[in-house]
Design a binder for this molecule. Structure first.
Ligand code: HEM
Length: 505
């Protein structure tokens, strides 16, 4: 996109910027909004939708112009039209014209790399084919069992304390533990890898060193599996008929690890927050009307883990959402505003139960190939955590929660919770929920509520969240790992047996 192409939207590029303190702060040349200066991107997207319709001109750092695609249909059209739009930044006019400097903060997203996300046509088919082929070898029942065991192991680290930060101690750990297993390096999962990945994604001063640490781990894995393939994603990438080089293998392991880690961490945090604070979820989950997978899907609609994806580029002059798009223009693919487009969601409070047409996983040829893994980690992780801590409650006021936000994503900083201390569970045994004192329908999820007053009218018990009697947890068994089943387990009913088979644990 060239600066003058914004002028075609009717804005005046000759206007000077606002003086300091002016309410127009956040506006750049031509009165265009600077996305990186906004403190409320979701609000800004709605304002832009009103001002410009489904496609709006905006500015990135250094006042680099780009379009943001706000409409659901327009985003879908863009990602599904590879003849008109591609992901190859080398054709982006501001980059070709030198407007985007090498030290641009978005350069890690902007710089073209020989990976599936940036490739097109036959090369995209070759690279993506290898990733998708490797993912297709995953046995999801074993994966779900592994996710459950990892959840138990992670919960064991804090369950005796009666309090935890579910972002720092859970959501940032589970996806890394699972991805290390999937890639073929379960022994590499540790706090240092989690911290390095987080640091590399945050773009701090130590981000480059942290990124190098992760890349060293992936390089060692590539060398090991090239020498001796096993049954894991790294080995299937190496032995795939696409004949990836070692560099390509390493780069795709990085792509998979970082894409999966950041997005799934955000998804887990968002789902946990939702079930803790949203009375609709609480009532529905407690009443058995809404399952965890449905809560996950609703969260993908409301708070997609990637708010925008940088970027698509116009291969030819075209029109999108009433805007004239020139060859070489850049466009942000934007699941966050697309998912709340009033044309697909006239009532944002209405449940999207059963509807998976959100854009959290993208669409078209680049649609996320790992979405079922992301969903499984969130479904099983949240389900298993709630089984272990059925009385979990938010341990701060909702307005004390803090987020870090960038144009690409929003990340909950911490999610403090409290619960009655629990003994650790033996994760080496076949998982079994006999130790859990209450049934799933009695989950007590939410902020500490005042004791409910007697209801004037009789209400069916199942329709109401029941406050948990604050049970002390006398436990004669020492807190180290102990056998799970303390009493002979009763034979499960047909439905329970089916559920266990379906969940894989
Ligand atoms: C909640 C979890 C996840 C979310 C929300 C998510 C979202 C996305 C999105 C929005 C894209 C870009 C689509 C586009 O450009 O149109 C993408 C691409 C990709 N994702 Fe995911 N992802 C998740 C988990 C995963 C996992 C678990 C893996 C791997 C195991 C993965 C691997 C990839 C890869 C390889 C691509 C590039 C595909 C291509 O360009 O052809 N993602 N993902």
């Amino acid at each position: 996109m060239t600066p003058e192409s914004h002028a075609s939207t009717g804005t005046d590029t000759s206007l000077p910027g606002p003086p300091p303190g002016c309410p127009a702060h956040g506006l750049g040349p031509g009165g265009l909004h600077r996305l990186h200066e906004s403190e409320d991107l979701a609000g800004l997207y709605e304002q832009l939708r009103k001002e410009h319709g489904p496609v709006a001109p905006v500015l990135l750092h250094d006042d680099v112009p780009i379009w943001i695609v706000l409409g659901h249909a327009e985003n879908l059209h863009m990602v599904r039209s590879p003849t008109q739009f591609c992901r190859d930044s080398r054709i982006w006019t501001p980059l070709r014209d030198g407007l985007v400097k090498p030290d641009h903060p978005l350069m890690p997203h902007i710089a073209w790399q020989p990976i599936a996300s940036h490739a097109e046509g036959d090369e995209h088919k070759r690279l993506r084919g290898a990733v998708q082929g490797a993912i297709s070898t995953i046995d999801f029942r074993s994966l779900r069992r592994y996710i459950n065991r990892s959840t138990q192991a992670i919960v064991n680290r804090f369950c005796e304390q009666g309090e935890a930060d579910l972002v720092g101690q859970f959501a940032e750990h589970l996806p890394m533990a699972v991805m290390c297993e999937i890639l073929g390096m379960p022994d590499e999962y540790n706090d240092r890898l989690v911290e390095s990945a987080r640091d590399a994604l945050k773009g701090t001063k130590t981000a480059i060193a942290s990124h190098s640490y992760v890349m060293d781990v992936l390089s060692r894995l590539t060398v090991r599996r090239r020498a001796q393939p096993e049954e894991d994603l790294a080995s299937f990438l190496i032995t795939h008929p696409a004949r990836l080089t070692d560099d390509e293998v390493r780069e795709h392991l990085r792509l998979v690890l970082f894409a999966a880690y950041e997005a799934t961490t955000n998804l887990l945090s968002n789902v946990l927050l939702t079930v803790l604070i949203d009375p609709r979820f609480r009532a529905q989950l407690n009443g058995g009307q809404m399952t965890v997978p449905e809560a996950v899907e609703q969260s993908l609609w409301n708070e997609p883990p990637f708010s925008t994806v940088f970027a698509y580029f116009a291969k030819q002059e075209t029109e999108l959402g009433g805007q004239r798009i020139r060859r070489g223009d850049g466009l942000l693919f934007a699941p966050l505003p697309a998912n709340v487009d009033p044309r697909v969601r006239p009532d944002l409070k209405a449940s999207m139960q059963g509807n998976r047409s959100h854009l959290a996983f993208g669409g078209g040829p680049h649609e996320c190939p790992g979405q079922d893994i992301g969903r499984s980690i969130a479904d099983v992780g949240v389900d298993a955590l709630l089984m272990r801590l059925p009385d979990v409650e938010l341990d701060c006021d909702e307005d004390e929660l803090r987020w870090t936000a960038s144009i690409a994503s929003r990340h909950l900083v911490a999610l403090p919770v409290a619960f009655a201390p629990k003994p650790p569970q033996d994760v080496t045994e076949t998982p079994n929920h006999n130790h859990v004192p209450t049934q799933r329908s009695d989950w007590q999820i939410g902020i500490t509520q005042p004791q409910p007053q007697p209801q004037p009218q009789p209400v069916p018990a199942a329709a109401q969240p029941q406050p948990a009697p604050a049970q002390p947890q006398p436990d004669p068994v020492p807190p180290q790992a102990r056998p799970v089943a303390e009493e002979p387990a009763r034979r499960k009913g047909v439905w329970q047996r089916f559920l266990s088979w379906w969940r894989g644990y």
